[in-house]
Design a protein around this ligand. Structure first.
Ligand SMILES: [Zn+2]
Ligand SMILES: [Zn+2]
Length: 175
């Protein structure tokens, strides 16, 4: 979580003018890793109510251009934004649910990977490799295993309550 003072210092250190929309959007990106623009509009509006879509787009562009925010866009996904910048981390992307998880730089320093032939001999100076690992997250892999592994399964899938305070189960004993 980014408090207002830290947000102001970050904007100034990046040479940016401190404005309320920029503070609200930067705070929202810090609070919601890999959020979409729509999610950030909602989150930023909880901090600054009269915030237009255009103001959020403008703030995201400025924050991304200045390096305070990183924009990623896995294939098939809308753009996502994150505040974890400059550490050359990579992403695990779930093909089933679209969930995105950070993973550290594989070898600990950019560019993390060396290109194969013929790029290694072409005089190309590589400074970054942006790696997306595709597959299934743990929950989706488990669900897939259950679906394919059970032929006569009758039990409903386990679901996690979405509410913070789920009501107690209303199960009746019948015997
Ligand atoms: Zn998944
Ligand atoms: Zn990330």
């Amino acid at each position: 979580m980014l408090d207002e003072g830290a947000g102001e210092r970050a904007l100034r250190a990046a040479g940016l003018r401190v404005t309320q929309p920029r503070l609200a959007v930067l705070g929202a990106v810090h609070a919601h890793a890999h959020a979409t623009t729509d999610q950030l509009i909602s989150a930023a509006r909880t901090r600054l109510a009269p915030l237009s879509h255009q103001a959020v787009y403008d703030a995201l562009r400025v924050l991304t251009d200045s390096g305070l925010v990183r924009r990623i866009q896995p294939q098939g996904s809308v753009a996502r934004y994150e505040a974890r910048v400059g550490d050359n981390h990579h992403h695990l992307v779930c093909r089933a649910c679209g969930g995105i998880t950070d993973v550290d730089c594989t070898v600990g320093a950019a560019p993390c990977l060396a290109p194969g032939h013929p790029a290694d001999g072409a005089g190309f100076v590589v400074d970054e490799a942006e790696i997306t690992f595709w597959g299934l997250c743990a929950a989706c892999a488990t669900a897939a295993a259950v679906t394919t592994g059970e032929t006569a399964g009758t039990a409903p899938p386990q679901t996690t309550p979405l509410t913070a305070h789920p009501s107690p189960p209303e199960r009746q004993t019948v015997d």
